[in-house]
Design a protein around this ligand. Sequence first.
Ligand code: SF4
Length: 72
Amino acid sequence: MRAACRGHSAAIFFAPTHFERKEARVARERQAKAVCAMCPVRKECLNYALRIHEPHGIWGGLNEVERRAIAG
Ligand code: SF4
């Protein structure tokens, strides 16, 4: 209920089904991370994504590669 991404398009949090150029991905992820940065449930969101090994998208301000890095 308190998620800052409520009402935002999911398209900025997840890669499109078509090929996405690196610059487009970086810009899209920057937008999503800016939303996450002001989210009051960011920590809970990130912990959830780590717990379920979510393989896609920006969760808790981190993309899948960044989550894998901290999951070890
Ligand atoms: S931290 Fe999670 S709940 Fe909050 S805006 Fe980001 S994706 Fe949405």
